[in-house]
Design a protein around this ligand. Structure first.
Ligand code: DUC
Ligand code: ZN
Ligand code: ZN
Ligand code: ZN
Length: 463
């Protein structure tokens, strides 16, 4: 059916809440109309009475099929994008990885092969630069032209991903010329490696020590350094997966000084803590990710940052590893636990719960989960809003349905839920991707290959 009319719902965008009918034609939003004023004769109706009509979620940070620590993240593009759709996300931006000693183009080609004809929803790529040199710096310009307009660099993981300050400065200078955005994984990886070695020598081997050696101060230090380098380069910077209160403070200070500095946090830092990392019988390994979970006291600063727009985006850093067969690589040595948490399916629900818990408003929910990531990464207004001309990526969300998050009911290809047993009020009912149903009243009706590659424009960031 090419024409769809969604009637009776409350349409929520980053800026407005209005009772309106949504008219969809040929995969695009055609119009928003006063309820009952539609003029079409040939269309399918979706009754959204009592429901929210929201833009599909934009998850700007996922790792499908990512090689890490001798294993590979458990969701493929097929399983991961299907799970995303179940959770009301209709766009992901995943991270292609430049092989060390190889080119950006090689990395991009590899990720295209992984994703091609597999995705249920639309997808784009960022590029992880693990080898900054003359030739990869030049290649950044080409990548921007190919729609890969953002580049992740690491101050962590020496020998694998770490770039030194000179390399980071050069990449930022290049981005300042070509309009690309440098994203930084900010943790002082060299200092962390010293602390890892010392902890293991003391016999500290359990998952909870992962949180102790990856210190908040070392996240704050690397965040500060990235901000200063970006200032010298005259380039914007986007700090990924911010978890420490002190790192939020660095970003807030820079923004108060008028610098184009942006921050992302993730649901795991808002809802989980070092209490989870300390779970007995190696269960803490389920919660090992980097940056690490922090003591609960950090959460207030993250919520505040989201309210004050010192943090602009919540994405998942979805990087699932099974407890059995993957996380257990680190039994007896926490530093060998593959880093990452599953979450691509849970983000929209957890943030809706945050609305009910009083942390954020409904429009802010849509802003941090849909509109801001789309703007930041050159997908707006095609993605992230409900407005004439936008892709009809639309979620019918039931704000009163009750659900309990569990491995028994989730669709991610991983043998545990990081939020097992958590009660959520609110549930995705129907999901359209470019006007095509992917989830229809709690049934998956999509197919691999519906999702298309999204070449992205340059981001437009409003400070
Ligand atoms: N952090 C994770 O937790 N997983 C993948 C890479 C990263 O930086
Ligand atoms: Zn038609
Ligand atoms: Zn990272
Ligand atoms: Zn990541």
């Amino acid at each position: 059916m090419e024409r769809i009319l969604i009637t009776g719902g409350l349409v929520i965008t980053a800026t407005d809440e209005i009772h309106a009918d949504v008219l969809i034609d040929h995969g695009k939003i055609a119009a928003l109309a006063s309820p009952g004023t539609h003029a079409w004769s040939d269309y399918r109706t979706i009754d959204a009475t009592g429901k929210y009509v929201i833009p599909g979620g934009v998850d700007a940070h996922t790792h499908m099929e990512m090689p890490f620590g001798g294993t590979t993240s458990a969701d493929t593009f097929e399983t991961g994008t299907r799970a995303a759709a179940w959770g009301g996300t209709t766009t992901i931006v995943d991270f292609a990885i430049q092989p060390r000693g190889g080119s950006l183009r090689e990395g991009l080609d590899t990720w295209h092969e992984k994703a091609e004809a597999k995705c249920s929803i639309d997808y784009g790529f960022h590029m992880i630069m693990s080898d900054v040199n003359e030739s990869s710096l030049k290649e950044m310009d080409t990548l921007v032209e190919l729609g890969v307009s953002s580049f992740k660099l690491f101050t962590a993981y020496p020998g694998v991903f770490l770039s030194d300050d000179g390399q980071i400065l050069r990449a930022m200078q290049r981005a300042s010329g070509n309009g690309g955005l440098v994203m930084i994984h900010a943790e002082n990886g060299l200092a962390i490696d010293v602390l890892v070695e010392q902890a293991l020598a003391r016999g500290e081997r359990d998952p909870r020590y992962h949180g102790e050696v990856r210190k908040a101060l070392l996240e704050a230090e690397a965040t500060h350094r990235a901000i200063r380098l970006s200032q010298v380069a005259g380039a914007p910077v986007y700090v990924v997966h911010v978890s420490a209160e002190q790192a939020v403070a660095e970003i807030a200070k820079a923004r108060d000084d008028g610098l184009p500095v942006f921050g992302e946090t993730c649901p795991q830092y808002l809802f989980l803590s070092t209490d989870n990392l300390a779970e007995p019988d190696f269960e803490g390994a389920k919660y090992v990710c980097s940056t690490p979970l922090r003591p609960k006291e950090h959460q207030a600063a993250l919520w505040r940052g989201l309210r004050t727009n010192d943090l602009q985006v919540v994405s998942t850093d979805h990087c699932p590893f099974c407890f059995k067969g993957q996380k257990d690589l680190g039994i007896g040595d926490f530093s060998k636990i593959p880093n990452g948490l599953p979450g691509v399916e849970n983000r929209m629900d957890l943030l809706h719960q945050a609305v009910l818990d009083g942390h954020i408003s409904r429009t802010r929910w849509i802003e941090i989960a849909c509109a801001s990531p789309a703007k930041m990464f050159g997908l707006y207004p095609r993605k992230g809003t409900i407005a004439p001309g936008a892709d009809a990526d639309v979620v019918i969300y039931d704000p009163t349905a009750e659900q309990v998050l569990s491995v028994e009911t989730h669709h991610m290809n991983v043998d545990y839920s990081a939020y097992e047993g958590k009660h959520i009020t609110g549930r995705v009912e129907t999901v359209l991707s470019r006007g095509v149903p992917v989830i229809d009243r709690h049934s998956y009706v999509g197919h691999p290959g519906h999702g298309t590659y999204l070449p992205r424009a340059l981001g437009h960031y409003a400070n």
